[in-house]
Design a protein around this ligand. Structure first.
Ligand code: ASP
Length: 329
């Protein structure tokens, strides 16, 4: 389908669905969540990603897939849009700093062969996802952190930048007045970006990138760069990624769990729900926490589930890029 036809198709479809158009994308209105889960998807290209910022990331990722790019290039290209957005205060440039005023980034990437790369506690680099990819492709390791990750990035031609925008600095200065460590779920409503893509051949890859919890302790690392926690892809089964309180996701190895449940016959939706249930079982007080999972299986079915209302996710499938409210506990 040519680009023009594709856009016409999106426009036409959008008029008949319960939603509003943003650019060439459909945003679901309030009311009952529109769940794409259960639909038989067939082969790709399909892209799914976390939060509203996923709409733009999906557009970029889908463009790669429509140009016969592979899933790995698509996921990297997609999340780079979010990383480069200075208005987004939870990913890459413009991310909220730690309690000492430093923006520190976590990211991970997995290809369809099961190769993985990640970086954590990385400072001064706008695109940690690309550094994670280089760790995967150029080193015998999976993960580099802190100063070592930065040195590796600089040695490979990445530029050192100040990631603390005036807007994020102001938020940090306001936070310093009370200096209370109280993460509020959904407060930015556009946290980590996790994105899973399936290309035309049905091969899958995933990427996950974040500045982590705002005003975290210096050195704190969340789930996003931890393979199996914030992100997991098994090209035989499917992929999953997480957002929200990273500690809860890490303790339950959430994304790996979602994929393993799908391997055992759960739909993506049921698998995400069960992974949230595991968190609920082990914790009495989750009122200040949010966890959201999204998943895509080999049949092209998608699903999502979260702890509390407020999490949404974007699915680009069958030529429509749509935002959905996730079902919640
Ligand atoms: N999961 C991320 C972390 O814990 C943050 C988020 O998605 O809100 O660092």
């Amino acid at each position: 389908m040519t680009q023009i036809n594709r856009r016409n198709f999106i426009k036409k479809s959008a008029l008949t669905a319960s939603g509003v158009l943003v650019g060439s994308s459909l945003i679901a209105k309030g009311g009952p969540a529109l769940q794409p889960s259960g639909e038989k998807g067939g082969a790709g290209p399909i892209v799914i990603s976390t939060w509203k910022h996923g709409i733009e990331a999906n557009e970029a990722a889908m463009q790669v897939l429509l140009n016969n790019g592979n899933a790995l290039d698509a996921v990297e290209t997609g999340v780079k849009v979010t990383e480069a957005d200075p208005e987004n205060m939870s990913v890459g440039l413009g991310g909220l700093p730690d309690r000492e005023g430093n923006v520190t980034l976590d990211a991970s990437i997995i290809d369809s062969q099961g190769n993985c790369g990640s970086v954590a506690f990385l400072e001064h680099i706008v695109h940690p996802i690309s550094v994670a990819r280089l760790v995967m492709e150029k080193t015998p390791h999976v993960m580099l952190v802190g100063q070592g990750a930065l040195q590796f990035a600089l040695d490979n031609g990445f530029e050192k930048k100040n990631l603390l925008t005036a807007k994020a600095k102001k938020k940090w200065e306001e936070w310093l007045i009370n200096n209370k460590y109280e993460p509020v779920p959904n407060i930015e409503n556009h946290d980590t970006i996790g994105l899973i893509a399936m290309d035309k051949n049905g091969d899958m890859a995933g990427a996950c990138t974040t500045s982590g919890m705002g005003f975290k302790m210096r050195g704190r690392v969340g789930d996003s760069p931890i393979i199996g926690a914030g992100l997991f892809v098994d090209n035989e089964v499917g992929g999953a990624t997480a957002t929200g309180t990273g500690e809860l996701v890490m303790k339950t190895v959430g994304s790996f769990l979602v994929v393993e449940l799908m391997r055992n016959g759960y739909t993506p939706q049921a698998a995400c729900k069960e992974a949230v249930n595991r968190i609920i079982k082990g914790n009495n007080n989750l009122s200040n926490s949010q966890v959201g999972y999204i998943a895509l299986n080999k049949n092209g079915e998608t699903g999502a589930y979260c702890l509390q209302p407020g999490f949404n996710y974007a699915v680009f499938k069958n030529n429509i890029n749509q935002l959905f409210d996730s079902e919640s506990y």
